[in-house]
Design a protein around this ligand. Sequence first.
Ligand SMILES: O[C@H]1[C@H](O)[C@@H](O)[C@H](O)[C@@H](O)[C@H]1O
Length: 537
Amino acid sequence: MSSAEEPLISRHPSPSEDHPDNDDDNHDNNDNNDIRHDATTYDAAPPPASPTLFIYLLTLSAGISGLLFGYDTGVISSTLVSIGTALTPHPLTTLDKSIITSSTSLLALIISPFSSVLADRLGRKRVILLADALFAAGAAAQACSGSVAAMVAGRAVVGMAVGAASFVVPLYIAELAPAAFRGRLVTMNVIFITLGQVVAYVVGWVLGEFGDPATAWRWMVGLGALPAVVQAVVMVVMPETPRWLVMVGRAGEARGVVERVLEGKGEGREVDATVKGIEIEVREESEERRLRGNGTGVGKAVWMDSAGELFGVRRNRRALAIACLLQGLQQLCGFNSLMYFSATIFTMLGFPIPTLTSLVVAVTNFAFTLVALFLIDRIGRRRILLWSIPFMVVGLLLAAYGFSFITLAAVDSAGDGPTPTPARGAAITILVSIMVYVAGYALGLGNVPWMQSELFALNVRSLGSGIATATNWGANFVIGLTFLLLMDALTPSWTFVLYAGICAVGYGLIWNFYPETAGLSLEEAASLLEDDRWGVR
Ligand SMILES: O[C@H]1[C@H](O)[C@@H](O)[C@H](O)[C@@H](O)[C@H]1O
């Protein structure tokens, strides 16, 4: 298929489906596979040799989104140990902390399916601006809150923003970025999430240590509004995507946007061809919907069809099972318990500056995410998981062992409750083992599940990735809600042993069911999943 003759665009990608590797794979294999909708909006034009100003702006807005997501998930760690008695007459209870933390992922889970409808109705740009408004409003609501209920409401508003942004930003990038830069832009997103968590931890430490104890936590959560405002300002000068403009009958404007994206690198003929290609596909899609007797609905029949294919075809079912397994495992392995509660844990362990100690979690995660993104293609997804999960198990078991030497004192959220534990060596052992665990996580489970889209055939990719992403949010919610309760009910040692057990079971499932797809074409990967047996050999 010659892309110059037949300019094509991608269908709606689902959140994080557009991973760089898919992008590379897709482009490497386009000719062989002739997967029509796998081409990109700008295949008609030669890719710009170096990033243009527009690409930098797009990178900036994508980066800020990841940063916001990371900041809002990371900042809760130091916030919880700094709130003290500001929200309640007594220090926050375990249940208060659990609900405050997990309300964000619950709302993200609930909102993300609606964002696709909104993105079609209002346009991608408006939904991003709406998400920014929610990020800012949620940050302000948290900063001004005077009760646990108000704090939970603020966190829930941020959750809505996270749910909407995590769907629409990858969609916006995929529909606007020239193919050559698209993959890298999505990689940026993962890096920026973990960087946002580092920033949140640094802010938490600096404000907690040097700020006014009465108001520091308000600044921590309130500062989340800042990047949202910056992103909104950048978005004002950014265009709507040509695909949405064509969908709502504004092809003339779409042409202007395509010209702007190519910044004179595409000739008039290429711009025309690109817009024509978008028009053809949008027309085909609405025709398809009309033929299925659903001319007015928002694709219910298409959805049913896609669901039928996803659950009715063995290879698709298998892809879905693997994607959900990896996404579920990414959360159920317990990593975000540390992301959310590391300052609480290090307070319990008697570290003098727990917010500073907990920085090792965020920094190790960030550093090894960088290493992972460099290694994953070389080593392969299956292999990097099978190499890294044993480190997680060892780290967790070692931490559990360390905890068995420590009698935890009741901790109040002001951080002045614990009696410093006599078992200093055990506390250090726990710190080191947590670092080993986090490094193992970031190398494999932190990243590989987001490469989910390469598992799915195109006709079920959006739905399949959506369900897998929902699995991620659902499991994230469970972990956020239950971690502290488990620590109370089971003891820290057994909680960590439980996570180690989950990792070990996950290892077995991956060993048995997740075949290596690295280095294979999409067709080869597809036929691998068609195998009658569910095993990998
Ligand atoms: O891939 C990301 C990353 O690993 C983050 O550090 C984690 O907090 C998220 O839950 C996960 O989805």
